[in-house]
Write a protein that binds this ligand. Structure first.
Ligand SMILES: Cc1cc2nc3c(=O)[nH]c(=O)nc-3n(C[C@H](O)[C@H](O)[C@H](O)COP(=O)(O)OP(=O)(O)OC[C@H]3O[C@@H](n4cnc5c(N)ncnc54)[C@H](O)[C@@H]3O)c2cc1C
Length: 419
């Protein structure tokens, strides 16, 4: 199901002098251009899921990643239950650890636990999880080139030309940008975007036989707009911290060392600390699709601004983008027309509610911590937000009712707007 437009144009190209005109770059005439229906940039959960569906629908898909797979990805690897809806394989095929609750602390003190009987979430190794998704895409017929970095795009009337560090040029009817918040795709659609990013540090600690409880530990109050975490995994522990939105300047490394010192059970044998940017989802203009390009996952800034959950949103937007491209191929119209309204309805609205919660709670963290500690009902409900069973919208409405009952009327408006 190859796109014909490019080949026709290429034949013309050979016979006319180039002036950097509308259809072809100089490179396109010097190199042989390979045609694809869709080129997907980045083989994380967003890109691999989009490739899986597109290949399943019968399109010629090329999935590119600059890293050689399987690759390490700094991530806690926590999967909420809502992830199941978009996982393209049976969950039993995954190796994961189950978590039965959370222990909360404020600057390492005042611990309290909320435990549940059925698993709150699952923790996976991203190296294996992402490889599995790529295998699914390849199994459906997608071509996968790892170790190939995308270095540029040129928009054409009939699609986009993608150039890579290997000197290749691919002509695609559509490009799905799944290469992270500061990737080349996000910058292509948002060249003058200046909104701040968050930042996270993560390291994997080797447990070496130490048995730690099946709880996630979340420490608040040290990291602006964020928290520190300890996630126990099979033989390893993911330890890290994130400032989801860097409003204040703070030395994350210093705060992180202090945080670790408060948790003596954290093993000291590290596989190395890695820093990573976090996309901030905020109420600012951001282009998620235009013409022949659609952004998914972190590239589309679809990360929960309160908890930092991103895997679910990458899987969901990857699925929606693939379905939008199919709709554009089959029914006509721009892919963005099929993509953006669904994104708005199924993801953006929920993330807006998460942002409302983040904007309210993070500047008043100690109050939020105390409310969670004192109200077992809200505590349990919050745990179910973490597990993906309760939406931010419902949590905010509950919080609003609690505030109302407590007579804190001045706080009410915050949670009713759009909630
Ligand atoms: C420390 C940390 C902990 C986290 N913990 C969790 C958690 O526990 N649970 C959760 O749900 N979310 C978590 N997140 C968020 C989650 O990791 C991301 O939201 C998710 O990985 C986004 O998936 P993606 O497919 O959009 O991008 P990614 O998974 O980041 O994949 C992007 C891919 O693009 C490739 N790439 C980049 N540039 C190019 C280029 N020019 N050419 C070709 N390839 C390119 C990269 O190599 C990479 O493989 C965490 C994030 C961090 C930083």
């Amino acid at each position: 199901m190859l796109t014909v437009g490019f080949q026709e144009k290429l034949n013309v190209c050979r016979s006319i002098p180039l002036t950097g005109g509308k259809y072809f770059s100089k490179n396109a005439c010097m190199k042989s251009v390979k045609n694809w229906d869709v080129v997907v940039v980045g083989a994380g959960p967003g890109g691999a899921t989009a490739s899986y569906h597109l290949a399943r629908f019968g399109y010629d898909v090329l999935l590119l990643d600059r890293k050689t797979f399987p690759r390490h990805k700094p991530c806690g690897g926590a999967l909420s239950w809502k992830v199941s809806r978009f996982l393209p394989f049976d969950e039993k095929a995954l190796e994961y650890d189950e978590i039965y609750g959370a222990e909360f602390t404020y600057q390492g003190k005042e611990p309290f636990r909320i435990e549940v009987e059925s698993p709150l979430s699952r923790l996976v190794e991203r190296r294996d999880f992402d490889q599995k998704l790529v295998d699914m895409a390849v199994g459906e017929g997608a071509a996968f080139h790892d170790g190939e970095t995308v270095t540029g795009f040129e928009e054409r009337d009939v699609g986009i030309e993608v150039t890579t560090q290997a000197g290749e040029i691919y002509a695609a009817k559509y490009v799905i940008g799944a290469d992270g918040p500061r990737g080349i795709s996000a910058r292509f659609l948002n060249p003058s975007h200046v909104e701040p990013m968050g930042v996270a540090l993560e390291e994997e600690m080797v447990l070496g036989g130490v048995d730690i409880p099946k709880l996630v530990r979340l420490d608040f109050g040290r990291f602006p707009y964020g928290y520190g975490w300890v996630f126990p995994k099979r033989g390893l522990s993911s330890v890290g911290c994130g400032a989801i939105y860097r409003r204040e300047k703070v030395s994350l490394r210093k705060a992180y060392q202090e945080f670790k010192a408060d948790f003596p059970f954290i093993p000291r044998s590290s596989r190395g600390m890695k820093g990573h940017l976090l996309p901030y989802f905020g109420d600012f203009p951001y282009t998620r699709a235009r013409g022949h390009m659609l952004l998914v996952g972190d590239a589309a800034r679809l990360m929960d601004p309160f908890l930092g959950e991103g895997i679910y949103y990458a899987l969901a937007s990857g699925t929606f983008a693939a379905e939008a491209v199919r709709a554009a191929f089959e029914r006509g119209g721009g892919a963005e027309e099929h993509y953006l309204p669904r994104l708005q309805k199924e993801i953006v609205e929920e993330l807006r509610n998460a942002a409302r919660m983040a904007d309210f709670v993070y500047p008043r963290l100690y109050l939020g911590f105390k409310v969670l500690k004192r109200s077992s009902r809200l505590g349990l409900l919050y745990i179910r937000v973490m597990s993906g069973e309760v939406s931010y919208r419902d949590f905010n409405n509950n919080l609003f009712r609690t505030m109302k009952d407590a007579g804190k009327k001045k706080l009410m408006g915050f949670f009713t707007k759009g909630g």
